[in-house]
Design a protein around this ligand. Structure first.
Ligand code: UDP
Length: 372
């Protein structure tokens, strides 16, 4: 069976890598890896780290490309390639425009689509934008829904998806994380081991403008208030983020701004962190498994499980609130320990094995049925 795995961005690379590797060990599977390179540099770096060779590179990224233009170019390029490759299955992960268009084009070509990390919802079509719409479309069109949690499964059941098509596998991000976190990686940043490290990532579209400026002001206040605290912030190259971050945080001796870190050093930074401030989805999944408290710089999340477990808190983007919540964790060791328990609501490191086993059973059953 010919399986086409499509990846567009860094988190998709991180989360698809263990599935691609597991599929490549299956004698019944012929795997083609296609990248749309919706985010070129960051994706290339993770594919290289995991030793994944790209077979087809659509290289779709253009500077300042709007969502309609991106969608139009993805549909045209994916459709031409699906026509030529004619795979038996298309697999994609997450909620980007790459995933939404892959599901749509596969549907038009009558090729079954498998959606990895299915069922995540905020239940607000406009937030996150456009990701909630992207995952709704992918979720409507998928034949296999690989859900990370029971909550994600329940979201799909409420939308009327047949439970026979929903497979509870855990999130593949934990497969990758556990593989990487068991080694120590050089960080190449002169961190002071006697200081408490706050690791920051923030680059979501909804935080462009006033929210990112408020986040940066809060970080500056925190570092000034706590002389034993230092901050590491790998800054996304998008100028909507980097201009504000460098203007507000660029000149502080205990704030290290750097380019996005390679995945393995970033995991190392999470291991060394005392506390993490982020608006990232993947970091909300990884940090609890590493026992690190997370304050989420958003007002809602499609990953409520760690919030319910008490190891992640939603704090939004108000500077006063961010400072208050972080100060509580820096001042109160009992509150800190309660959030640093080390729980992993998103997986046990076996998600890709389960996904491959579902595909194997389903596809080989079809083959033997067609022979009868
Ligand atoms: N990450 C990384 N380097 C960095 C920051 C994040 O490798 O400098 C990883 C992180 O470990 C996580 C993923 O990138 O697995 C999260 O990506 P992002 O925040 O871009 O997207 P999201 O998870 O919100 O979809």
């Amino acid at each position: 069976k010919h399986i086409l795995c499509i990846v567009g961005t860094r988190p998709e690379g991180i989360k698809m890598a263990p599935v691609i590797k597991a599929l490549k060990c299956e004698p019944w599977a012929r795997v083609t890896v296609m990248t749309t390179a919706q985010h070129r540099a960051l994706l290339d770096q993770v594919l290289k780290l995991f030793g994944i060779k790209v077979d087809v590179d659509l290289n779709i990224m253009r500077a300042n490309q709007g969502l309609s233009e991106l969608t139009e170019r993805l549909i045209a390029a994916l459709d031409a390639n699906l026509a030529e490759l004619s795979p038996d299955v298309v697999l994609a992960q997450g909620d980007t425009t790459t995933v939404m268009t892959a599901a749509l084009v596969a549907f038009y070509r009558h090729i079954p689509f498998g959606h990895i990390e299915a069922g995540l919802r905020t239940h607000d079509l406009h937030s996150p934008f456009p990701e909630e719409m992207n995952r709704l479309v992918a979720g409507r069109l998928a034949k296999w829904h690989f859900v990370p949690t029971v909550n994600a499964m329940e979201n799909l059941l409420r939308e009327g998806i047949d439970d026979a098509h929903i497979h509870l596998t855990g999130n593949t991000v934990i497969d990758t994380l556990l593989d990487t976190a068991c080694s120590d990686w050089p960080l190449n940043i002169p961190l002071n081991p006697n200081r408490r490290l706050i690791l920051v990532t923030a680059h979501r579209r909804e935080n462009f403008g006033a929210p990112i400026r408020a986040i940066c002001r809060a970080i500056r206040t925190l570092v000034n208030r706590y002389p034993d605290v230092e901050v590491l912030y790998p800054v996304h190259p998008n100028p909507n983020i980097s201009t504000a971050v460098r203007a507000i945080l660029g000149d502080h001796p205990r704030i290290y701004l750097c380019d996005p870190l390679d995945y393995a050093p970033f995991v190392e930074a999470q291991k060394r962190a005392y506390l993490i401030l982020t608006d990232s989805g993947g970091v909300q999944e990884e940090a609890p498994a590493l026992g690190k408290p997370v304050l989420v710089l958003r007002s809602e999340t499609e990953r409520p499980e760690a919030v319910e477990a008490g190891v992640v808190r939603l704090v939004g983007t108000d500077a006063v609130r961010i400072v208050e919540e972080a100060s509580r964790l820096l001042d109160d060791s009992t509150a800190y320990r309660a959030m640093a328990r080390g729980v992993s609501p998103y997986g046990d490191g076996q998600a890709s094995r389960r996904i491959v086993s579902v595909l194997r059973n389903s596809l080989l059953r079809e083959t033997s049925a067609s022979r009868i």
